[in-house]
Design a protein around this ligand. Structure first.
Ligand code: CDP
Length: 785
């Protein structure tokens, strides 16, 4: 049966328009802040002005006396209910409301619950806290210095600010490689603290029914099921009495993975008062107190032999986690950078040492559009390879080609022990070079250099890792990282697909329907995809680290195949044939040799409720929990061309060519959209975004006037291309893609600037690469006055 005879299904590989856009572009999205419940109260949070201070007293009398104020909640009150502290997703504890000390500027100290948001905000100003300021610790180096004030002194036996020490790879083998190296190149760099800054800030409405005891919690959650389990553990509520509803989400990027103190206070307040309580943070609250990313101090040494082949890699890193270690890290890989630290290169030995420290900053380290710190890993290796190219005088593209893991080496075991599933790095690189016109641009660069002009070409040939678990190795607070899909086909052949993952704008309602279309032949438009309601979706670990397609997508494919198998049995019954003789293609069943007599999936669905073989269960539905055998390893090559103004240090991105390989693409248009978004975020991180702190721990970067996000005005045009190297273990051959461009692109942008400056001896400028830093580097090199 020719595929061309079939109706367009919207299957895999089709750029089906996004279903969800019908409501989003009409302004009909439904977000937490759109929800108003009868009798709803509003919460505002008092935050610490100090980075580190002891709390002597909290006087709430004036706030409590404001008409319309229903309650003022302090740490002491929370402590009476054993809720002043909560567990974090990485096995630490975090203050819900401060009792003993404040440990970062912006930390939650007290909350006001009032009839309106305005009353709550006004009353918060009347709470009088007597602080005794303490010395603030604002860098991890200070934190680990002898005699540093101990930030987490509430933890019995804690005498310093050190959180963890992790190692990966072989020290001995790596030392031996370095001992025989012809050359060693080094790079020390800081991947700065930046913020996911989703357009929609975080928020919650907690609605505890005093009669039934049922808690309905509307929340901007990327992981509603895991959050429900945590709520049950923290609040001691029976899990079946908690329903988390995560409605439309206006961007998450990792920011909506942690549990924030405001969620706990709003829930406790609703429980105690017996009315719904809403808390939606404002922009500054989001920027100063929630889910920071990166803040990694990294040193890498790369050993090369006489032919410029990489023979060893040493990395040491120091992570600034802020006052509480609260990002979601699998318990076995707290450092997160190990997975792809050797990048796309066949480096036989590696040794990585990672330490984490507490500082007086907001909790940091969320995987902002990233899986467990692989962004930092990718940045380090891609920058280091460029430093090597400049030091040994070899073309950075040629040096990469020479050292790539060869396509025939997959599945490839890296020196840190991870198995890359598939890849063809030279192919992606060749395509990118060809699309850019690399050789011609290098010629132009040589001419410009001769004239004293600054032009640079930056390369990043990143490898990524997405799709956590497998469950045996990956867990969050002990919960294995599987995911799930539940599919029900109704008698008319229309389907409902329920997932454990949760879209924050990635287009799941479209792409997951496409998977069902491909596997079961039901048009994607006939599949209603539902997510984000713990009462009505199967358990899953949620959407972050680009795991939806690798895990939830695989679960969807497998449950569709199971229903297809049942459909074959029903077809055999209807045709009075042997099930082994039933053929299936794009929603049609027939007996081998009789392709003219078909039963459609819609007919089979009706039969599932009306005419089934003796002994068969009625209905056409099922659920599958998928535990992936491995992660998936998408990759690509990004090329950036910049011109740098010698007088001002201004950098202009002239070209950006991106070749991505995420295996089989379910919806190429959506994939491209993901890449455009990631390249834009990478551009912002590379050139503009910076949250910094003064020596007293004051956060500088608490509004969009200071924390600069790229707009269409400064963002370059992207030229995007693809290669397809299927994942051998994913049922569809698909790999995740959501985070690839954020992970891979910052190094390409920075490499381009350094390439422009390299003839003058400049080897590094830490991000963000602002004009003033470039100008200072040029001045330091004597290029400009
Ligand atoms: O977990 P998250 O949704 O953030 O990331 P993802 O799995 O990489 O998916 C992002 C979007 O791209 C989803 O709508 C996917 O279904 C789609 N996608 C695709 O069409 N083909 C792929 N190979 C990977 C993702």
């Amino acid at each position: 049966m020719a595929i061309a005879d079939q109706p367009a299904l919207g299957g895999i590989g089709e750029s089906v328009l996004r279903k969800e856009d019908a409501r989003f572009i009409r302004g009909r999205g439904h977000y937490v802040d759109d929800i108003t419940l009868p009798g709803m109260l509003h919460m505002a949070v008092l935050r610490s002005p100090h980075a580190h201070a002891r709390i002597r007293s909290v006087d709430t009398a004036a706030a409590a006396a404001v008409p319309g104020v229903v309650a003022v909640v302090t740490g002491e009150l929370m402590a009476q209910h054993n809720l002043a502290w909560m567990p974090t997703l990485s096995g630490d504890t975090q203050a819900v409301l401060a009792t003993d000390k404040v440990r970062f500027q912006g930390q939650e100290v007290a909350c006001v619950i009032a009839e309106t948001k305005y009353i709550a905000e006004d009353a918060v100003q009347l709470i009088d806290v007597d602080y005794e300021p303490l010395q603030a610790v604002v860098t991890p180096q200070q934190a680990l210095a002898p005699g540093a004030p101990v930030i987490r002194d509430e933890k019995a036996g804690t005498t310093d600010n050190h959180i963890y020490h992790w190692e990966a790879g072989s020290k001995e083998a790596t030392d031996a490689a370095f001992a025989r190296a012809a050359r060693v190149v080094s790079l020390s760099t800081h991947y700065p603290r930046c913020h996911p800054a989703p357009l929609e800030t975080c928020g919650i409405i907690a609605d505890l029914d005093p009669v039934t005891g049922k808690a309905t919690i509307y929340m901007t959650s990327q992981a509603p099921h895991a959050h429900r389990t945590l709520f049950a553990l923290v609040a001691g509520l029976p899990e079946q009495n908690i329903r988390i509803i995560s409605p439309d989400i206006g961007g998450g990027f990792g920011n909506k993975v942690p549990i924030y103190p405001g969620y706990v206070v709003a829930t406790a307040a609703s429980l105690l008062i017996g009315r719904p309580v809403k808390w939606v943070e404002d922009r500054t609250e989001n920027l100063i107190s929630t889910g920071f990313a990166r803040d990694y101090h990294m040193t890498g040494d790369l050993a090369l032999d006489a032919d410029n082949r990489f023979i060893g890699l040493r990395v040491s890193l120091l992570s600034d986690n802020g006052a509480f270690f609260s990002d979601a890290q699998p318990s076995k890989f707290k450092a997160g950078l190990f997975h792809i630290v050797t990048g796309s290169y066949d480096i036989p030995t590696a040794h990585v040492v990672a330490d984490g420290a507490y500082t007086n900053k907001a909790p940091g380290g969320v995987a902002y559009r990233c899986s467990f710190r692989v962004t930092e890993a990718s940045y380090l290796i891609e920058r280091l390879v460029d430093v090597a190219a400049h030091e040994v005088g070899e073309d950075p593209a040629a040096l990469r080609m020479k050292n790539f893991v060869p396509p025939e080496a997959f599945p490839y075991k890296s020196a840190t022990g991870f198995e890359y599933d598939s890849g063809d790095y030279p192919r992606a690189m060749r395509l990118a070079l060809e699309k850019l016109g690399y050789d011609e641009l290098r010629r132009e660069q040589a001419e410009k250099r001769a004239r004293g002009e600054l032009m640079g070409i930056g390369i990043a040939s990143f490898t990524e890792v997405v799709g956590a678990g497998k469950g045996r190795d990956y867990d969050i607070v002990g919960l294995r990282m599987f995911d799930s899909a539940e599919l029900r086909v109704h008698p008319t052949g229309k389907a409902v697909l329920k997932l454990g993952v949760k879209s924050q704008g990635q287009g799941h309602e479209t792409t997951f329907g496409q998977i069902v279309a491909e596997e079961l032949g039901i048009p994607a438009a006939d599949v209603d995809v539902q997510e984000g309601d713990t009462d009505h979706t199967p358990y899953g670990l949620g959407t972050y680290a680009s795991r939806s397609t690798p895990v939830g997508g695989a679960a969807t494919a497998i449950i569709s195949r199971k229903l297809r198998d049942k459909g074959k049995q029903i077809a055999a019954h209807l045709f009075e044939a042997d099930v082994a003789d039933i053929e299936f293609e794009r929603g049609r069943f027939w007996v081998k040799g009789s392709p003219d007599q078909v039963k459609t999936i819609q007919e089979i669905a009706f039969a599932a409720y009306s005419n089934i073989p003796e002994g068969m269960e009625a209905g056409l539905e099922g659920v599958h929990y998928y535990d992936p055998p491995n992660m998936t390893f998408p990759f690509g090559t990004y090329l950036v061309v910049v011109d740098v103004d010698k007088g001002t240090g201004e950098v202009k991105v002239r070209r950006m060519v991106a070749v991505d390989d995420c295996g089989v693409r379910i919806n190429p248009m959506i994939v491209e959209g993901q890449i455009h978004g990631g390249l834009t975020e990478g551009f912002g991180i590379a050139f503009m975004e910076l949250i910094t702190f003064d020596e007293e721990g004051n956060c500088i970067g608490s509004t969009f006037m200071d924390y600069l996000l790229p707009t269409s005005w400064e963002t370059p045009r992207f030229e995007t291309f693809a290669t397809v190297t299927p994942s051998p273990h994913h049922p569809l051959g698909a790999k995740g893609v959501g985070e690839s461009a954020t992970v891979g692109s910052p190094a390409a942008y920075v490499n381009a600037v350094i390439d422009a400056l390299a003839p003058h001896g400049v080897r590094n400028i830490d991000m963000p690469v602002t004009s003033d830093k470039v100008w200072a580097a040029l001045r330091g090199a004597g290029v400009t006055e």
